[in-house]
Ligand binder design. Structure first.
Ligand code: ZN
Ligand code: ZN
Ligand code: ZN
Length: 152
C-alpha cells in the first residue's frame, strides 16, 4: 500500500514536471492521478471515474476521464496497458533519471504490476528479430504475464 506521504510527494513532483513541460496539472487531473497512484492494481477508465465520482461534488463524465488519462499518459505520468486496456501510474514520477521505454510485469493472479527497465541491448535484439521477419515494431512496450512473489 502506498502511504499518504508518498502520494503527496509523487503529486507535487508531477506538478513540477507538468510546469517544466509547459502544461498544467489541474485539480481534476491531480485527483485522477492521485487515484491511480493510490491504487494497487491497474484501473480501467470506468473504475477511475467511479472512484473520482465517489468523492467529488460534481460528477465527471467518462469521456473527461479518458481525456485526462490521455493527458497523463502523454506526460509520462501514467501508462496504458494495451493487453488489459487499463491504466497504471508511472512508478518513476518522483525519480530524477530520464524515463526509459516502460516494460510491465503483470501478475495474472492479483493484477499487481511492476514497471521495469529492459536493457537497451536486449530491446535491440528483439527489434532486429522482429524486423528480420519483415514486420515493423510499432510499440516497444512489453507486457509480460507473470506470477508475482506473493502469488507464487
Ligand atoms: Zn513510467
Ligand atoms: Zn525511477
Ligand atoms: Zn500476484
Amino acid at each position: 500500500m502506498v502511504s499518504k506521504a508518498q502520494v503527496k510527494k509523487v503529486l507535487s513532483k508531477a506538478e513540477q514536471r507538468c510546469i517544466a513541460s509547459g502544461s498544467r496539472l489541474t485539480e481534476k487531473r491531480k485527483k485522477i492521478l492521485e487515484i491511480m497512484v493510490s491504487s494497487a492494481v491497474p484501473l480501467s477508465p470506468y473504475e477511475v471515474v467511479d472512484q473520482y465520482n465517489e468523492a467529488a461534488e460534481s460528477k465527471m463524465p467518462a469521456n473527461s476521464a479518458y481525456r485526462i488519462l490521455d493527458f497523463l499518459v502523454g506526460e509520462n505520468l501514467a501508462h496504458k496497458l494495451a493487453s488489459a486496456q487499463k491504466y497504471v501510474a508511472c512508478s518513476h514520477i518522483a525519480c530524477d533519471h530520464s524515463h526509459e521505454v516502460p516494460q510491465f510485469l503483470i501478475c495474472s493472479q492479483c493484477q499487481n504490476v511492476q514497471e521495469v527497465g529492459i536493457q537497451a541491448g536486449l530491446m535491440k535484439q528483439l527489434k532486429d528479430n522482429v524486423e528480420s521477419t519483415g514486420y515493423n515494431m510499432t510499440s516497444q512496450q512489453l507486457e509480460i504475464q507473470c506470477l508475482c512473489p506473493n502469488c507464487q
